[in-house]
Design a protein. Structure first.
Length: 202
């Protein structure tokens, strides 16, 4: 059983980043920027985690559910849950930092990164997957396959997968929404493995 976090990077909300020129999400983003009560409500819906990626890794999380969107104005990739949370590069840097922390006593268990497009942002990844892979391999080139296993889920089926990117098929992952990550990890064995589908907890 693999311990994973749902919407792993959604531990903070960045309302300065917009993926839309108009529409309901853009209107909501603008309103939340000026009305604290709306922002607070959005945070209660959009934030699934309370700890950073590095902190989750320290607590034992080994599978990360990463939703990605693209900011056309700045040509930057963001980890999102409809709205922006942290830059994709920052996510990778946090994983890299965890490996640096354990340089003297390397982590033996693999870390799974599941990359999905955030469809609410209008991003499909179909034209940008190569750029994402460059970012991954630039920062994690020493760990890919050996310590880090990346799964890529585009709109279509996994017909043509880049090297070192695998199918998200038979992984048995418990995904969770939880403030106390460490307590969840310590007690995750009470959940029965399901060989056919992931288990959503929290």
């Amino acid at each position: 059983m693999i311990k994973g976090s749902h919407n792993s990077a959604s531990y903070k909300l960045n309302l300065d980043v917009s993926f839309w020129e108009k529409g309901k999400y853009e209107t909501l983003r603008k309103v939340a920027k000026v009305l604290p009560c709306v922002k607070s409500r959005m945070e209660s819906l959009m934030l699934n985690q309370s700890k950073t990626i590095t902190e989750q890794l320290r607590d034992g999380i080994r599978a990360f559910d990463i939703r990605v969107a693209y900011d056309k104005k700045t040509n930057e990739y963001w980890c999102t849950h409809t709205f922006a949370s942290i830059k994709f590069v920052e996510f990778i840097e946090q994983v890299n930092y965890f490996f640096i922390e354990h340089k003297e006593a390397p982590i033996k268990e693999p870390i799974f990164i599941i990359i999905r497009p955030d469809y609410n942002s209008g991003f499909t990844m179909m034209d940008k997957e190569n750029e994402l892979l460059v970012l991954l391999t630039t920062y994690l080139r020493f760990y890919l396959d050996k310590n880090v296993i990346c799964y890529y889920q585009p709109l279509a089926e996994f017909y043509k997968l880049p090297q070192k990117i695998h199918r998200l098929s038979d992984l048995n992952i418990i995904w969770f929404n939880c403030d106390n990550v460490k307590a969840f990890v310590e007690n995750y064995n009470k959940y029965e493995p399901n060989p056919k589908k992931d288990i959503m907890c929290g």
